[in-house]
Design a binder for this molecule. Structure first.
Ligand code: ATP
Ligand code: MG
Length: 382
Protein backbone atom coordinates (compact mmCIF):
# COMPACT_ATOMS: atom_id res chain seq x y z
CA UNK A 1 0.00 0.00 0.00
CA UNK A 2 1.29 3.46 -0.88
CA UNK A 3 2.34 6.05 1.69
CA UNK A 4 0.28 8.95 2.86
CA UNK A 5 0.35 11.60 0.11
CA UNK A 6 0.76 8.98 -2.61
CA UNK A 7 -2.42 8.06 -4.42
CA UNK A 8 -2.72 4.35 -5.10
CA UNK A 9 -4.81 4.09 -8.26
CA UNK A 10 -4.55 0.35 -9.01
CA UNK A 11 -2.25 -1.97 -10.92
CA UNK A 12 -0.84 -1.77 -14.41
CA UNK A 13 -2.61 -3.97 -16.93
CA UNK A 14 -0.47 -6.71 -18.38
CA UNK A 15 -0.95 -6.25 -22.15
CA UNK A 16 -0.53 -9.99 -22.75
CA UNK A 17 -3.31 -11.12 -20.46
CA UNK A 18 -5.37 -7.90 -20.30
CA UNK A 19 -5.40 -8.41 -16.53
CA UNK A 20 -3.89 -6.27 -13.74
CA UNK A 21 -0.30 -7.26 -13.02
CA UNK A 22 1.81 -6.70 -9.91
CA UNK A 23 3.05 -3.15 -10.69
CA UNK A 24 1.23 -0.51 -8.68
CA UNK A 25 0.12 2.74 -10.33
CA UNK A 26 0.91 5.50 -7.85
CA UNK A 27 0.55 9.26 -8.28
CA UNK A 28 2.08 11.64 -5.74
CA UNK A 29 -0.37 14.22 -4.40
CA UNK A 30 2.32 16.86 -5.05
CA UNK A 31 1.81 16.15 -8.77
CA UNK A 32 -1.84 17.13 -8.48
CA UNK A 33 -1.63 20.76 -7.53
CA UNK A 34 -3.43 22.38 -10.47
CA UNK A 35 -6.20 21.07 -12.67
CA UNK A 36 -6.92 17.62 -14.01
CA UNK A 37 -9.44 16.22 -16.45
CA UNK A 38 -10.67 12.63 -16.74
CA UNK A 39 -11.69 11.93 -20.33
CA UNK A 40 -13.21 8.76 -21.73
CA UNK A 41 -16.19 7.35 -23.52
CA UNK A 42 -19.28 6.54 -21.53
CA UNK A 43 -18.88 3.54 -19.24
CA UNK A 44 -15.09 3.60 -19.58
CA UNK A 45 -14.55 4.21 -15.85
CA UNK A 46 -14.23 8.00 -15.42
CA UNK A 47 -16.41 8.12 -12.30
CA UNK A 48 -14.64 5.05 -10.92
CA UNK A 49 -11.24 6.70 -11.33
CA UNK A 50 -12.50 9.98 -9.85
CA UNK A 51 -13.88 8.12 -6.82
CA UNK A 52 -10.54 6.38 -6.28
CA UNK A 53 -8.69 9.71 -6.53
CA UNK A 54 -11.04 11.32 -4.02
CA UNK A 55 -10.80 8.41 -1.58
CA UNK A 56 -7.02 8.50 -1.80
CA UNK A 57 -7.08 12.27 -1.18
CA UNK A 58 -9.26 11.73 1.91
CA UNK A 59 -6.94 8.99 3.15
CA UNK A 60 -4.07 11.47 2.79
CA UNK A 61 -5.94 13.96 4.99
CA UNK A 62 -6.70 16.30 2.07
CA UNK A 63 -10.13 17.96 2.43
CA UNK A 64 -12.39 17.25 -0.52
CA UNK A 65 -15.16 19.44 -1.91
CA UNK A 66 -17.19 17.60 -4.56
CA UNK A 67 -19.67 19.46 -6.79
CA UNK A 68 -21.87 16.74 -8.19
CA UNK A 69 -24.59 17.84 -10.64
CA UNK A 70 -25.07 14.27 -11.90
CA UNK A 71 -25.57 12.84 -8.42
CA UNK A 72 -23.38 9.74 -8.49
CA UNK A 73 -20.67 10.90 -6.07
CA UNK A 74 -22.68 10.82 -2.85
CA UNK A 75 -21.91 7.08 -2.79
CA UNK A 76 -18.49 8.15 -1.57
CA UNK A 77 -20.16 8.45 1.82
CA UNK A 78 -21.09 4.75 1.81
CA UNK A 79 -18.09 3.09 3.43
CA UNK A 80 -18.74 -0.10 5.43
CA UNK A 81 -15.53 -1.43 7.02
CA UNK A 82 -17.34 -4.58 8.21
CA UNK A 83 -18.57 -5.26 4.63
CA UNK A 84 -21.55 -6.95 6.31
CA UNK A 85 -24.78 -7.76 4.43
CA UNK A 86 -26.82 -5.73 6.95
CA UNK A 87 -24.68 -2.64 6.22
CA UNK A 88 -25.51 -2.94 2.52
CA UNK A 89 -29.17 -3.78 3.15
CA UNK A 90 -30.57 -0.19 3.43
CA UNK A 91 -28.75 0.93 0.30
CA UNK A 92 -29.39 -1.80 -2.26
CA UNK A 93 -32.10 -1.34 -4.85
CA UNK A 94 -35.27 -3.38 -4.39
CA UNK A 95 -35.85 -3.23 -8.14
CA UNK A 96 -32.41 -4.73 -8.81
CA UNK A 97 -33.09 -7.52 -6.28
CA UNK A 98 -36.39 -8.23 -7.97
CA UNK A 99 -34.73 -8.26 -11.40
CA UNK A 100 -32.15 -10.74 -10.05
CA UNK A 101 -35.01 -12.90 -8.74
CA UNK A 102 -33.81 -12.88 -5.11
CA UNK A 103 -35.01 -11.30 -1.86
CA UNK A 104 -33.57 -7.94 -0.85
CA UNK A 105 -31.67 -9.61 2.02
CA UNK A 106 -30.11 -12.14 -0.33
CA UNK A 107 -29.25 -9.39 -2.78
CA UNK A 108 -27.57 -7.37 0.00
CA UNK A 109 -25.55 -10.44 1.04
CA UNK A 110 -24.49 -10.96 -2.57
CA UNK A 111 -23.35 -7.33 -2.89
CA UNK A 112 -21.38 -7.61 0.36
CA UNK A 113 -19.55 -10.67 -1.01
CA UNK A 114 -18.81 -9.00 -4.36
CA UNK A 115 -17.36 -5.95 -2.61
CA UNK A 116 -15.38 -7.97 -0.02
CA UNK A 117 -13.80 -10.15 -2.70
CA UNK A 118 -13.27 -7.30 -5.18
CA UNK A 119 -11.58 -5.08 -2.62
CA UNK A 120 -9.49 -7.98 -1.23
CA UNK A 121 -8.20 -8.78 -4.71
CA UNK A 122 -6.91 -5.19 -4.81
CA UNK A 123 -5.27 -5.56 -1.43
CA UNK A 124 -7.90 -3.50 0.35
CA UNK A 125 -9.15 -4.90 3.66
CA UNK A 126 -11.38 -3.69 6.50
CA UNK A 127 -8.60 -1.67 8.17
CA UNK A 128 -8.13 0.53 5.09
CA UNK A 129 -11.89 1.06 4.86
CA UNK A 130 -11.93 2.02 8.53
CA UNK A 131 -9.07 4.48 7.88
CA UNK A 132 -11.11 6.05 5.06
CA UNK A 133 -14.19 6.28 7.27
CA UNK A 134 -12.15 7.90 10.04
CA UNK A 135 -10.40 10.29 7.66
CA UNK A 136 -13.35 12.56 7.00
CA UNK A 137 -16.72 13.74 8.24
CA UNK A 138 -19.06 13.81 5.27
CA UNK A 139 -21.70 16.52 4.85
CA UNK A 140 -24.02 16.42 1.86
CA UNK A 141 -25.35 19.84 0.92
CA UNK A 142 -28.37 19.93 -1.38
CA UNK A 143 -28.93 23.45 -2.78
CA UNK A 144 -32.61 24.10 -3.45
CA UNK A 145 -33.72 20.95 -1.60
CA UNK A 146 -34.02 19.76 1.98
CA UNK A 147 -32.98 16.16 1.15
CA UNK A 148 -29.55 16.88 2.65
CA UNK A 149 -28.35 20.04 4.35
CA UNK A 150 -30.16 22.82 2.46
CA UNK A 151 -27.98 25.56 1.06
CA UNK A 152 -28.87 29.02 -0.20
CA UNK A 153 -26.27 29.48 -2.93
CA UNK A 154 -27.30 32.95 -4.04
CA UNK A 155 -27.55 34.37 -0.55
CA UNK A 156 -28.98 37.69 0.44
CA UNK A 157 -28.29 41.04 -1.14
CA UNK A 158 -29.19 43.05 1.94
CA UNK A 159 -26.36 45.31 3.06
CA UNK A 160 -24.50 43.02 5.46
CA UNK A 161 -23.80 44.22 9.01
CA UNK A 162 -20.10 43.55 8.50
CA UNK A 163 -16.95 45.61 8.62
CA UNK A 164 -14.10 45.69 6.08
CA UNK A 165 -11.64 45.42 8.95
CA UNK A 166 -12.82 42.03 10.11
CA UNK A 167 -14.93 40.56 7.29
CA UNK A 168 -13.28 41.65 4.06
CA UNK A 169 -13.61 38.20 2.51
CA UNK A 170 -17.35 37.89 3.23
CA UNK A 171 -17.94 41.39 1.90
CA UNK A 172 -16.04 40.58 -1.28
CA UNK A 173 -18.27 37.50 -1.73
CA UNK A 174 -21.33 39.66 -1.29
CA UNK A 175 -20.09 42.13 -3.88
CA UNK A 176 -19.37 39.25 -6.26
CA UNK A 177 -22.95 38.06 -5.96
CA UNK A 178 -24.27 41.55 -6.55
CA UNK A 179 -22.06 41.86 -9.64
CA UNK A 180 -23.50 38.55 -10.92
CA UNK A 181 -27.03 39.90 -10.59
CA UNK A 182 -26.14 43.09 -12.41
CA UNK A 183 -24.57 41.03 -15.18
CA UNK A 184 -27.80 39.00 -15.58
CA UNK A 185 -29.92 42.15 -15.63
CA UNK A 186 -27.61 43.74 -18.15
CA UNK A 187 -27.88 40.70 -20.43
CA UNK A 188 -31.68 40.80 -20.25
CA UNK A 189 -31.82 44.52 -20.98
CA UNK A 190 -29.47 44.07 -23.94
CA UNK A 191 -31.73 41.32 -25.29
CA UNK A 192 -34.72 43.64 -25.07
CA UNK A 193 -32.77 46.38 -26.87
CA UNK A 194 -31.61 43.99 -29.59
CA UNK A 195 -34.53 44.89 -31.84
CA UNK A 196 -37.04 47.70 -32.06
CA UNK A 197 -39.67 45.14 -33.02
CA UNK A 198 -41.45 44.31 -29.76
CA UNK A 199 -42.29 40.69 -30.62
CA UNK A 200 -38.72 39.82 -31.59
CA UNK A 201 -37.08 41.74 -28.75
CA UNK A 202 -39.46 40.28 -26.16
CA UNK A 203 -38.76 36.75 -27.39
CA UNK A 204 -35.01 37.22 -26.81
CA UNK A 205 -35.63 38.94 -23.51
CA UNK A 206 -37.79 36.05 -22.27
CA UNK A 207 -35.04 33.56 -23.14
CA UNK A 208 -32.46 35.51 -21.15
CA UNK A 209 -34.75 35.99 -18.14
CA UNK A 210 -35.71 32.32 -18.15
CA UNK A 211 -32.08 31.22 -17.94
CA UNK A 212 -31.52 33.25 -14.77
CA UNK A 213 -34.94 33.38 -13.15
CA UNK A 214 -37.32 30.51 -13.90
CA UNK A 215 -40.95 31.65 -14.12
CA UNK A 216 -44.35 30.37 -15.19
CA UNK A 217 -45.65 33.68 -16.49
CA UNK A 218 -43.95 36.96 -17.32
CA UNK A 219 -45.70 40.10 -18.51
CA UNK A 220 -44.77 43.66 -19.35
CA UNK A 221 -47.54 46.12 -18.57
CA UNK A 222 -47.63 49.78 -19.58
CA UNK A 223 -49.65 52.65 -18.16
CA UNK A 224 -51.37 53.88 -21.28
CA UNK A 225 -53.84 56.77 -21.06
CA UNK A 226 -54.98 55.83 -17.55
CA UNK A 227 -55.20 52.13 -18.40
CA UNK A 228 -52.91 49.22 -17.67
CA UNK A 229 -52.12 47.47 -20.94
CA UNK A 230 -50.26 44.15 -21.23
CA UNK A 231 -47.85 44.77 -24.12
CA UNK A 232 -46.13 41.39 -24.04
CA UNK A 233 -46.47 38.18 -22.07
CA UNK A 234 -44.97 34.71 -21.98
CA UNK A 235 -45.79 31.47 -20.21
CA UNK A 236 -49.22 30.59 -18.81
CA UNK A 237 -52.04 32.58 -20.41
CA UNK A 238 -49.85 33.61 -23.34
CA UNK A 239 -52.04 31.80 -25.88
CA UNK A 240 -55.24 33.34 -24.58
CA UNK A 241 -55.90 36.75 -26.06
CA UNK A 242 -58.01 37.91 -23.13
CA UNK A 243 -54.91 37.60 -20.92
CA UNK A 244 -52.55 39.12 -23.45
CA UNK A 245 -54.65 42.20 -23.94
CA UNK A 246 -55.75 42.98 -20.43
CA UNK A 247 -56.80 46.61 -20.29
CA UNK A 248 -57.98 47.88 -16.96
CA UNK A 249 -58.14 51.26 -15.33
CA UNK A 250 -54.69 51.66 -13.77
CA UNK A 251 -56.23 52.40 -10.37
CA UNK A 252 -57.73 48.89 -10.24
CA UNK A 253 -54.41 47.14 -10.84
CA UNK A 254 -51.12 46.56 -9.10
CA UNK A 255 -49.74 49.19 -11.48
CA UNK A 256 -51.74 51.87 -9.65
CA UNK A 257 -49.88 51.02 -6.44
CA UNK A 258 -46.54 50.91 -8.27
CA UNK A 259 -47.20 54.34 -9.80
CA UNK A 260 -47.99 55.68 -6.34
CA UNK A 261 -45.23 54.09 -4.27
CA UNK A 262 -42.58 53.04 -6.79
CA UNK A 263 -41.61 49.96 -4.75
CA UNK A 264 -41.74 46.32 -5.80
CA UNK A 265 -44.82 44.40 -4.67
CA UNK A 266 -44.81 40.70 -3.78
CA UNK A 267 -47.91 38.58 -3.33
CA UNK A 268 -47.00 35.15 -1.93
CA UNK A 269 -50.38 33.63 -2.67
CA UNK A 270 -52.76 35.28 -5.14
CA UNK A 271 -55.25 32.42 -4.78
CA UNK A 272 -55.46 32.83 -0.99
CA UNK A 273 -55.34 36.60 -0.83
CA UNK A 274 -55.92 38.32 -4.17
CA UNK A 275 -55.48 42.07 -3.82
CA UNK A 276 -56.60 43.15 -7.30
CA UNK A 277 -59.13 41.72 -9.77
CA UNK A 278 -56.23 40.93 -12.12
CA UNK A 279 -54.61 38.76 -9.42
CA UNK A 280 -57.75 36.63 -9.30
CA UNK A 281 -57.51 36.13 -13.05
CA UNK A 282 -53.80 35.30 -12.86
CA UNK A 283 -54.55 32.85 -10.02
CA UNK A 284 -57.16 31.38 -12.37
CA UNK A 285 -54.28 30.37 -14.65
CA UNK A 286 -52.91 28.27 -11.78
CA UNK A 287 -50.34 30.85 -10.65
CA UNK A 288 -49.89 31.53 -6.93
CA UNK A 289 -46.98 33.87 -6.28
CA UNK A 290 -46.07 37.05 -8.09
CA UNK A 291 -43.49 39.82 -8.03
CA UNK A 292 -44.44 43.10 -9.72
CA UNK A 293 -41.73 45.74 -10.06
CA UNK A 294 -41.98 49.23 -11.54
CA UNK A 295 -40.52 49.91 -14.98
CA UNK A 296 -38.93 53.17 -14.03
CA UNK A 297 -37.09 55.66 -16.17
CA UNK A 298 -35.50 58.77 -14.68
CA UNK A 299 -37.71 58.53 -11.60
CA UNK A 300 -40.89 58.08 -13.67
CA UNK A 301 -42.86 54.82 -13.66
CA UNK A 302 -43.91 53.75 -17.16
CA UNK A 303 -45.41 50.41 -16.26
CA UNK A 304 -44.62 47.14 -14.54
CA UNK A 305 -42.79 43.88 -15.04
CA UNK A 306 -44.77 41.05 -13.50
CA UNK A 307 -43.25 37.60 -12.86
CA UNK A 308 -45.38 34.75 -11.51
CA UNK A 309 -44.93 31.16 -10.45
CA UNK A 310 -47.36 28.34 -9.78
CA UNK A 311 -46.00 27.67 -6.28
CA UNK A 312 -46.99 29.90 -3.38
CA UNK A 313 -44.23 31.94 -1.71
CA UNK A 314 -41.90 30.86 -4.49
CA UNK A 315 -39.63 33.90 -4.75
CA UNK A 316 -36.51 34.36 -2.65
CA UNK A 317 -35.42 37.79 -1.53
CA UNK A 318 -32.66 37.71 -4.13
CA UNK A 319 -35.12 36.94 -6.88
CA UNK A 320 -37.38 39.81 -5.82
CA UNK A 321 -34.33 42.04 -5.97
CA UNK A 322 -33.48 40.71 -9.42
CA UNK A 323 -36.97 41.56 -10.73
CA UNK A 324 -36.64 45.05 -9.23
CA UNK A 325 -33.31 45.57 -11.01
CA UNK A 326 -34.85 44.28 -14.25
CA UNK A 327 -37.66 46.85 -13.95
CA UNK A 328 -35.12 49.64 -13.68
CA UNK A 329 -32.98 48.42 -16.58
CA UNK A 330 -35.54 47.48 -19.21
CA UNK A 331 -37.60 50.69 -19.08
CA UNK A 332 -35.21 52.45 -21.48
CA UNK A 333 -35.53 49.70 -24.06
CA UNK A 334 -39.32 49.84 -23.81
CA UNK A 335 -39.36 53.62 -24.13
CA UNK A 336 -37.19 53.34 -27.28
CA UNK A 337 -39.58 50.78 -28.74
CA UNK A 338 -42.53 53.01 -27.95
CA UNK A 339 -40.83 55.98 -29.66
CA UNK A 340 -40.03 53.79 -32.69
CA UNK A 341 -43.61 52.51 -32.79
CA UNK A 342 -44.97 56.08 -32.64
CA UNK A 343 -42.58 57.18 -35.38
CA UNK A 344 -43.51 54.24 -37.55
CA UNK A 345 -47.22 54.92 -37.04
CA UNK A 346 -46.65 58.60 -37.95
CA UNK A 347 -44.70 57.55 -41.08
CA UNK A 348 -47.49 55.23 -42.15
CA UNK A 349 -50.08 57.96 -41.63
CA UNK A 350 -48.00 60.31 -43.77
CA UNK A 351 -47.75 57.74 -46.58
CA UNK A 352 -51.49 57.09 -46.35
CA UNK A 353 -52.23 60.83 -46.59
CA UNK A 354 -49.98 61.38 -49.59
CA UNK A 355 -51.53 58.36 -51.31
CA UNK A 356 -54.97 59.85 -50.66
CA UNK A 357 -53.92 63.21 -52.04
CA UNK A 358 -52.45 61.60 -55.17
CA UNK A 359 -55.71 59.68 -55.72
CA UNK A 360 -57.86 62.79 -55.39
CA UNK A 361 -55.65 64.79 -57.76
CA UNK A 362 -55.58 62.83 -61.05
CA UNK A 363 -52.34 63.43 -62.87
CA UNK A 364 -52.16 66.15 -65.51
CA UNK A 365 -51.23 63.77 -68.32
CA UNK A 366 -54.37 61.69 -67.97
CA UNK A 367 -56.53 64.84 -67.69
CA UNK A 368 -55.11 66.17 -70.96
CA UNK A 369 -55.60 62.76 -72.59
CA UNK A 370 -59.24 62.77 -71.53
CA UNK A 371 -59.76 66.29 -72.93
CA UNK A 372 -58.02 65.30 -76.19
CA UNK A 373 -60.18 62.21 -76.52
CA UNK A 374 -63.36 64.17 -76.02
CA UNK A 375 -62.20 66.80 -78.59
CA UNK A 376 -61.46 64.07 -81.15
CA UNK A 377 -64.86 62.49 -80.50
CA UNK A 378 -66.58 65.79 -80.95
CA UNK A 379 -64.62 66.38 -84.20
CA UNK A 380 -65.62 62.97 -85.51
CA UNK A 381 -69.24 63.39 -84.55
CA UNK A 382 -69.48 66.73 -86.22
N1 ATP B 1 -10.75 0.13 -13.39
C1 ATP B 1 -11.85 -0.58 -13.58
N2 ATP B 1 -11.80 -1.91 -13.71
C2 ATP B 1 -12.91 -2.63 -13.90
N3 ATP B 1 -14.14 -2.15 -13.98
C3 ATP B 1 -14.27 -0.83 -13.85
C4 ATP B 1 -13.15 0.02 -13.66
N4 ATP B 1 -13.58 1.30 -13.55
C5 ATP B 1 -14.93 1.23 -13.69
N5 ATP B 1 -15.33 -0.04 -13.87
C6 ATP B 1 -16.70 -0.48 -14.06
O1 ATP B 1 -17.18 0.03 -15.31
C7 ATP B 1 -18.50 0.50 -15.18
C8 ATP B 1 -18.61 1.95 -15.62
O2 ATP B 1 -17.74 2.75 -14.85
P1 ATP B 1 -18.01 4.29 -14.55
O3 ATP B 1 -19.37 4.47 -14.03
O4 ATP B 1 -16.87 4.75 -13.71
O5 ATP B 1 -17.90 4.86 -16.03
P2 ATP B 1 -18.07 6.38 -16.53
O6 ATP B 1 -16.99 6.61 -17.52
O7 ATP B 1 -18.12 7.30 -15.36
O8 ATP B 1 -19.45 6.29 -17.24
P3 ATP B 1 -20.45 7.52 -17.61
O9 ATP B 1 -19.86 8.18 -18.81
O10 ATP B 1 -21.73 6.79 -17.93
O11 ATP B 1 -20.54 8.41 -16.42
C9 ATP B 1 -18.89 0.30 -13.73
O12 ATP B 1 -19.67 -0.88 -13.64
C10 ATP B 1 -17.61 0.13 -13.01
O13 ATP B 1 -17.75 -0.71 -11.90
MG1 MG C 1 -19.62 8.67 -14.73
Amino acid sequence: MADRGSFHLGYEIDPKTGKPGADEVVVGSSDLTTHGVVVGMTGSGKTGLAVVLLEEALLSGIPVLVLDPKGDMANLALVFPDLAPESFRPWVSEAEAQAAGVSVDEYAAKQATIWREGLASNGIGPERLQALKDAADVTIYTPGSTAGVPLNVVGSLQAPPLSWDTDAEALRDEMGRHADQLEIVNRCARALSSSLELGEAFHRFVQEVRSALPFDRLALVLADGGRARVIADAGLGEEEPQHSEWMRPVSETVLGELLRDGTTIVNDDMAESPRYPEELEIAGLGLRSRVAAPLSLAGRTLGAISVSRVDPAAFTRDEVHLVTLLGRQVATAIENMRAFEAERAAGEELRRLSALRAASLPDVGSVIAQIEASLVNRGQNR
